[in-house]
Design a binder for this molecule. Structure first.
Ligand SMILES: *Cc1c(COP(=O)(O)O)cnc(C)c1O
Length: 369
């Protein structure tokens, strides 16, 4: 068997570049608590993401939890089950009730046609997810939220650096939460941020991330601890210097998949609308077992036997998690259920060899039996 190909591989700067970046920490001994690297990264990310306000935090999950809490929400949050565990858990852990809306079979984001049917007197917010870098219908969501007085918090973990009609994706809604986890397009090892429109939200997130401390003798909020440390910020400063070349390399890989898979019957590829500048974060393929000739799990096995680690992402849908058994009904979101049972994301990372991409495509073409 040839070498193993993982579904992703964390981006790292040249080691010397990182060492150079962290060297000053041995002079200052300032390791965390909003140090110079933290503040510089927040500023650079604001520019890169095209947003006015950035609050750096310890990870993408806490970005979502703290944003929900910063808004003082109570009641029901309309969201989708076609996402990573974090989105749903953040709602539940914040004492809110997720109300699951199904997704669009085209781009796997929240189906805005169904929003009205999910509304109740207890609805306080919508938490849509930009899945695989596919941007939600931000205009329809904005109009719906405005009409019904709802907050909008985007889970933007998959959309680092993307733009929609030329605008940074983080500038939509009341807040957008990004993840800088090791496996994401841009990483700070662990990390994340909240981009927000209203200063009051930013101040509350800040309180939550640093114990509500406002001065040596002033603690004015019951906060927690979710700060980004200087080593993580330093990693971010380095990775940000290479982000454009990394996204360009991802693009070449995704285009190679497109070329090799576009004619295969029974598989649906991701389509990027012309008004979106994509980050090529994931390469999802959805199988139609009837037309394709075998099911998703069989393709997964065949890839595995060839040393290729594809990922069933997202599977299961969050409303089918065992921890939520009896609380939600996965059959209420049939599209999310069907996509989660038929999807694979294929390996994508900047230094993935094009020859390996071709080999992966060969397996997918042959696995049709
Ligand atoms: C990665 C991810 C998160 C959580 O981010 P962490 O930085 O890992 O805490 C949340 N939502 C989605 C959709 C993600 O992919």
């Amino acid at each position: 068997m040839s070498k193993k190909i993982m579904v992703t591989r964390s981006s790292m700067p040249p080691m010397e570049e990182y060492i150079n970046e962290i060297q000053s920490l041995w002079d200052t001994h300032w390791l965390t608590n909003m140090g110079p690297k933290h503040n510089r990264l927040a500023k650079e990310l604001g520019n890169y993401l095209g947003v006015d306000n950035v609050e750096l935090v310890v990870n993408g999950h806490m970005a979502i939890e703290m944003t929900l809490q910063a808004m003082g929400l109570k009641g029901e949050v309309i969201t989708t089950p076609y996402t990573f565990a974090s989105t749903t858990h953040a709602i539940v852990r914040s004492g809110l009730k997720p109300v699951f809306c199904d997704i669009s079979p085209e781009d796997y984001t929240i189906d805005v046609k169904l929003l009205a049917s999910k509304l109740s007197v207890d609805t306080c917010a919508i938490l849509p997810v930009h899945v695989y870098g596919n941007i939600c219908n931000v205009e329809a969501i904005r109009d719906f939220a405005k009409k019904h007085g709802l907050r909008v918090i985007y889970d933007a973990a998959h959309t680092f650096g993307e733009t929609y009609k030329g605008k940074g994706v983080g500038s939509f809604g009341d807040a957008s939460c990004f993840s800088f986890h090791a496996t994401k397009v841009f990483n700070t090892i662990e990390g994340g941020c909240v981009c927000y429109s209203d200063d009051a939200i930013g101040e509350k997130v800040y309180d939550l991330k640093d114990f509500g401390i406002h001065g040596p003798e002033e603690v004015s909020a019951i906060g927690a601890n979710a700060k980004m440390n200087e080593f993580c910020a330093a990693m971010g400063l380095c990775n940000l210097r290479h982000i454009d070349e990394n996204i360009e390399a991802r693009k070449k890989i995704c285009e190679c998949y497109d070329d090799n898979l576009k004619d295969v019957k029974g598989i649906k590829l991701n389509r990027i609308p012309s008004c979106v500048k994509s980050n090529y974060s994931y390469y999802p393929v959805v199988f139609d077992p009837e037309q394709y000739g075998c099911d998703r799990d069989q393709v997964f096995e065949q890839l595995y036997e060839n040393g290729i680690m594809a990922r069933k992402y997202f599977y299961p849908a969050t409303n089918a998690f065992s921890c939520y058994e009896g609380r939600f009904d996965p059959n209420e979101t049939p599209v999310a259920k069907r996509i989660s049972e038929n999807v694979l994301t294929l390996p994508v990372y900047p230094d993935l060899d094009i020859k390996d991409v071709e080999r992966i495509c060969q397996v997918i073409r042959k696995s049709k039996n």
